[in-house]
Design a protein around this ligand. Structure first.
Ligand SMILES: *[C@@H]1O[C@H](CO)[C@@H](O)[C@H](O)[C@H]1NC(C)=O
Ligand SMILES: *[C@@H]1O[C@H](CO)[C@@H](O)[C@H](O)[C@H]1NC(C)=O
Length: 446
């Protein structure tokens, strides 16, 4: 391998013509020696890097069997292993932003990592591993380590952050009916994962993508294959499996997610009609479906569950009654009236404002608590509170028989629906009382 040494900032120094030749010759000689020393040191450095079987590119540390990415503070925030074969680092070379390799332990391949720094606070890596034979799968393992992860697919039992159990061989990443097939992926499926350590990965749409995991190892398996797979190569193309993705690292989880969404996802082009946000939708489908009989008419959900559900639905973008409140009693009807009014007066105006922004920004209307407090680790695990925009926080009662719950107030000034002002935040309100006809909600006080 040849190396050319090019000093990055070479500023020629103007030398006064000297009459004394000897010191000048000496200086030239010294300069030459220094230059040779620098070249030798550089070669030695690169060779020793190769010997150590690793290459560095920006904040990424590439080895034959995978790579790690550090954030600006030097902390490892992303770790990935090449599971189907390792790179032959001797076949790698770097040109500008692109590091490419042409051989792996399985034979020739097209591999590259391109570094892109789209913003001061964001660093991205485009990775592509393409086999040059119609053979076995390409598989990379992503370790979620001690970070919390979000994204991926809808599951029959949804955990926030993601929590997986057991082991799953890579299976085609396609939608299915989670009610009938409990272990399959649901109707919402994104080739996107986001971590509390401000790293995110987006698998390219062109990949014949299969997903597996090993919960003990805390690892996701990303696999590209055409063999025994519903994916077919594009017409006229060889069935060479190719795994490509982008990993981006930012300064905090909210800003990196916003960056990824703006860069790699389509935004909604239209928003639903205003009335869908403002007024309840009435439907009898949940109760009767197509056939009605005596048993079905008296079969309604538990009263408390129904009340807690309707209260929560008042804070959703659209309220729907599939079971009318008058099937219960007068108190339930009153609660229903109170919450449809609250939806119309408090929630709907905020929803309409936020919906107007979605087509512009892609930011969701319903947000996790970490959205406004991304560096507060306590917020990364909150799965029973949510935000509407940045200013209205809801903490519904989700447990049977409970008239109280714990509420986490992230940093900021908050006013409760009861009128209390909370300023010494962040704080945890334990056993905060919430009657059956109430939902705990808090408004951001600016
Ligand atoms: C990603 O997918 C697009 C379209 O599906 C394709 O044109 C592009 O080449 C792919 N990028 C990489 C790095 O493989
Ligand atoms: C899952 O990972 C654990 C820990 O690394 C390992 O012992 C186990 O064999 C793996 N399971 C399978 C089925 O590969």
């Amino acid at each position: 391998t040849m190396y050319t040494f090019l000093p990055e900032s070479f500023t020629p120094v103007k030398q006064k013509p000297s009459k004394e030749l000897r010191p000048m010759l000496g200086a030239i000689l010294l300069g030459l020696i220094l230059f040779i020393a620098a070249v030798v040191a550089w070669c030695y450095y690169t060779v020793s890097l190769r010997k150590a079987e690793r290459l560095k590119t920006e904040l990424m540390d590439l080895r034959a069997d995978g790579f790690v990415i550090r954030n600006q503070h030097g902390e490892v925030v992303f770790r990935l292993a090449f599971r189907s074969g390792s790179l032959d680092l001797e076949s790698c070379s770097k040109e500008g932003e692109i590091l490419s390799c042409s051989r792996s332990s399985r034979g020739p391949l097209n591999f590259f990592i391109q570094t892109v720094k789209p913003k001061d606070t964001v660093m991205c890596y485009r990775v592509r591993w393409e086999e040059l034979a119609a053979g076995p799968a390409v598989e990379h393992t992503m370790f979620w380590e001690d970070a919390h992860w979000y994204g991926g697919s809808e599951m029959s039992i949804q955990h926030w952050p993601i929590r997986l159990a057991g082991y799953q061989e890579p299976v085609p990443y396609v939608t299915s009916d989670v009610y009938s097939f409990r272990d399959s992926f649901g109707g919402i499926l994104e080739r996107y994962w986001l971590s509390s350590k401000a790293a995110a990965i987006k698998i390219n749409d062109s990949v014949p993508f299969h997903l597996g995991f090993n919960a003990t190892q805390r690892a996701l398996f990303f696999q590209a294959r055409y063999k025994d797979s519903p994916y077919k190569p594009p017409p006229g193309q060889q069935p060479f499996p190719e795994l490509s993705y982008r990993v981006c690292v930012g300064s905090d989880i909210t800003s990196i997610h916003k960056y990824m969404v703006r860069r790699y996802f389509n935004k909604p082009s239209k928003i639903p009609a205003e009335n869908a946000f403002r007024y309840p939708i009435w439907s009898t489908w949940a109760l009767y479906k197509n056939d009605i009989d005596q048993d079905k008419l008296v079969e309604i959900p538990n009263r408390e569950l129904y009340v807690r559900w309707l209260e929560l639905s008042a804070f959703m973008p659209s309220m729907q009654f599939s079971i009318p409140p008058w099937l219960y009693d007068k108190e339930v009807v009153e609660i229903a009236q109170k919450f449809t009014q609250l939806h119309e007066s408090l929630v709907a105006p905020l929803l309409l404002e936020l919906a107007g922004e979605v087509t512009d920004t892609g930011d969701p209307i319903i947000r996790p608590i970490w959205w406004i407090s991304p560096r507060d680790e306590a917020t990364h695990r909150i799965d029973s509170q949510f935000l509407i925009g940045d200013t209205l926080m809801v903490a519904p009662v989700l447990e049977m028989g409970k008239q109280e719950r714990d509420v986490y107030l992230p940093a900021g000034k908050w006013r409760s629906y009861k009128g209390e002002l909370f300023e010494k935040t962040p704080m945890l309100l334990t056993d905060y009382p919430v009657d059956l006809d109430e939902v705990a909600y808090f408004l951001w006080v600016s």
